[in-house]
Ligand binder design. Structure first.
Ligand code: 5GP
Length: 176
């Protein structure tokens, strides 16, 4: 396994508390509606699993997979949708669940693809936001934590596919 954790940014307890807060906010906002969650693989699996248990209106969900090409710690320009949704989202209140928004390219492409399918509403919930790295402007409805420009792992986020199982979010030194 490459690299090492140099700092814990958010503990398991801090994450769980914030996820519960986000769940309450989403539940209040979607009162009387049904929520269709779109989990962006693979990084959002852990966040989606925790968050959906704090959402009280009826929830259905599906997964999507987009990948961007570049080096392993920075995302590059080109985004490809590798796995699309199974279900038609016309008329649904869709909430995209993302692990981290960096340049915004992945979400921009995902939004482009989903908007034309005419959902009733389309919003984004991200666990982490790195606004200093943004290249494309993205409207984010729900954010867990805003962070500085660090490469982070844990709570679903990987480095070379490892570290996703960490219960906390930490800064990785890829050469450490
Ligand atoms: P964007 O398209 O916004 O530049 O990149 C979003 C994707 O890049 C995220 O879903 C994630 O897979 C990856 N990414 C961006 N920043 C980080 C980071 O700090 N750590 C990890 N593990 N992945 C990141």
């Amino acid at each position: 396994m490459k690299g090492s954790i140099v700092e814990v940014l958010f503990t398991h307890e801090q994450i769980q508390q914030r996820v519960a807060e986000l769940g309450s906010q989403i539940s209040a906002d979607y009162q009387g509606k049904r929520v269709f969650l779109v989990c962006l693989l693979k990084g959002s699996i852990v966040f989606t699993a925790d968050l959906m248990r704090h959402i009280t209106p009826p929830v259905t969900m599906d997964v999507m997979r987009a990948s961007s090409y570049g080096s392993s710690t920075t995302s590059a320009g080109s985004v490809k949708i590798q796995t699309d949704l199974d279900k038609d989202i016309t008329g649904l209140d869709v909430l995209i669940i993302e692990d981290i928004v960096d340049t915004g390219r992945t979400l921009n492409r995902t939004l482009e693809l989903l908007k034309v399918r005419h959902p009733n509403s389309l919003r984004i919930c991200t666990m982490l936001d790195k606004p200093s790295r943004r290249v494309l402007d993205i409207d984010i409805a729900y954010t867990g934590f805003t962070i500085d420009d660090h490469f982070v792992v844990g709570y679903g986020l990987d480095y070379d596919e490892y570290y996703r199982n960490l219960p906390y979010i930490g800064i990785l030194d890829p050469n450490g």
